[in-house]
Design a protein around this ligand. Structure first.
Ligand code: ZN
Length: 103
């Protein structure tokens, strides 16, 4: 589990950078990350497709973030959205080139 635990998390106006315990660094575009929000609202309800309700968003700011337990991050976005739980595994998978969250 060493690989999927963040050592350092930094955010600026456009990007989120996570440095993992194993030294790997992941860079995420905030807008891209917002559109990948895995919560039910953004997925268009149960069984919906990720991104179904976020396609109209063209700009976003990250207001704050917090750790959820030992496995995930929760972001508060400038569109007052804060229900997405992004697991470390998924975040790490994004940066490995996978484009969609496993369900
Ligand atoms: Zn969402």
């Amino acid at each position: 589990m060493l690989a999927t635990f963040p050592q350092e998390i930094q955010a600026d106006s456009e990007n989120l950078t996570i440095t993992w315990k194993d030294g790997f660094t992941s860079n995420f575009n905030l807008l891209d990350l917002r559109k990948k929000c895995p919560c039910a609202v953004c997925c268009g309800g149960h069984g919906g497709k990720i991104g179904a309700a976020t396609g109209h968003i063209t700009s976003i700011q990250l207001i704050s973030w917090r750790k959820v337990g030992r496995y995930a991050l929760n972001f508060t976005w400038s569109d007052n959205h804060d229900t997405g739980i992004y697991s470390y595994d998924n975040l790490r998978a994004y940066s490995g080139g996978k484009s969609e969250l496993p369900t």
